[in-house]
Write a protein that binds this ligand. Sequence first.
Ligand SMILES: Cc1cc2nc3c(=O)[nH]c(=O)nc-3n(C[C@H](O)[C@H](O)[C@H](O)COP(=O)(O)OP(=O)(O)OC[C@H]3O[C@@H](n4cnc5c(N)ncnc54)[C@H](O)[C@@H]3O)c2cc1C
Length: 451
Amino acid sequence: MADVDVCVVGAGFAGLTAALRLVQAGRTVAVLEARDRVGGRTFTDSLGNGSYIDRGGAWVGPTQDRIHALMDEFGVPSYKQFNEGANLVVLDGKPHRYKGTVPLKLGPWVTANMGIAFLNLERLCRSIPVNEPWNAPNAAEHDATTLATWLKGNVYSKPAHDLLETGVAGCYTSAASEVSLLFVLFQMASGGGPRFVLGVENGSQDARPVGGMGAIYRPIADYLGERIHLNQPVRSITQDADGATVRAESTTVRASRVIVAVPIAIASHILFDPQLPVDRAMLHQRMPGGSIMKVAAIYDEPFWRADGLTGLSASPGTAAPVTIDACTASGKPGILCVIVEGPNCRRLGRMTESDRRQAILSDLAIRFGPKAANPVDYHEQDWTLERYSGGGMLSHAPTGVLTEFGPALRAPCGRIHWAGTESSPVMCGWVDGAVRSGERAAHEVIDLAYA
Ligand SMILES: Cc1cc2nc3c(=O)[nH]c(=O)nc-3n(C[C@H](O)[C@H](O)[C@H](O)COP(=O)(O)OP(=O)(O)OC[C@H]3O[C@@H](n4cnc5c(N)ncnc54)[C@H](O)[C@@H]3O)c2cc1C
């Protein structure tokens, strides 16, 4: 049995960063990771020709300073997201070109509706104290309201409603009826507001690390070396007066402290002994993951660029609701990323692989022309099926959860400390939030030694 100062459960960005900071502070650490790889909800996969795709988290924004600090520390540069030309929005089967975050040329009624709803969302986000959203003005009212109810009461034009629903509910990879308005406001506020969340330039899709997210997590894993134990799903954590015993598939670790950095949606798969306090245990039952499929359609060239298009497009309700240019820094090959979320993702997941591919490529061809129907390569990643993610992109709070159980998100339970992007008051749901949570949990443990 390994005997260390701290056992970290999960080697996504939260767990890796926690372990990194602890080792740098001179602590002995063991990291137990369920999968046969590190990275968790990020996964940079080689295409075998020097190119790669990011199957999970990919983009970074300029205000995400903790992931940028980590990139600087490991010498990973970034490159700007391609954003020259027009975006496309498809309504009633007709593509419209637009620039910026919100399409503003869809007729005065649609435009006014979109604009006012967006401003209202921004105003509400500004009222949220991100460290304690459960104490926001009108927190109880917002937490008793679903995003669907809010959209219905605030957006009267159908195209505006459908677009906002695709954009906003899409962030939670769920139907708008599944998510609490308070959680939406908190999560958007944690990123600086809806313009950041939905934006490309200066927004959350501003840039990408050269080499993908793997260019960051691989050197951290190399630094941690044999401290990381792969293929070790943790089954139980037992606390006693002197320490904690963490039992995984074929490894047992004894530690003074444990940092649990798994998605909250699947934290209850671990048996905690003694049982966790009620608020924390209930939180584990009440924050489900969403559904998201990321598809990479690969072409010899990014042909949409020559057609004056950014590659960013939205077409609510289709098999390809959102697309974005996902080329590497070299711009070749052309990689068009399709993002399918929530009920749409589950619907596609029930189709056969060939029917799904056909449906997605047909929709791309309607939007980008016949070239889009014939990619040279094609990859799908359905995070709904990932046992050790419990869905993606993030675990969300349905109604009533944040106000009742929110304070348990970060509160340590005896020797157990909590990390993971869902526990971060800043950039909750992003890789940057994961990094922040890992650093916060590591500091909790380090500070204890001097308390
Ligand atoms: C399709 C998709 C697109 C996204 N796009 C972006 C983006 O562009 N930019 C961005 O910033 N964010 C994005 N995100 C979100 C981002 O990827 C996550 O916020 C971040 O990776 C979460 O990191 P984490 O360490 O908190 O959790 P995870 O990455 O989920 O790490 C948890 C780790 O715990 C392991 N684990 C689970 N259970 C156990 C167990 N019982 N025992 C041991 N180990 C266990 C898992 O295998 C995993 O490695 C996206 C996510 C998805 C899925």
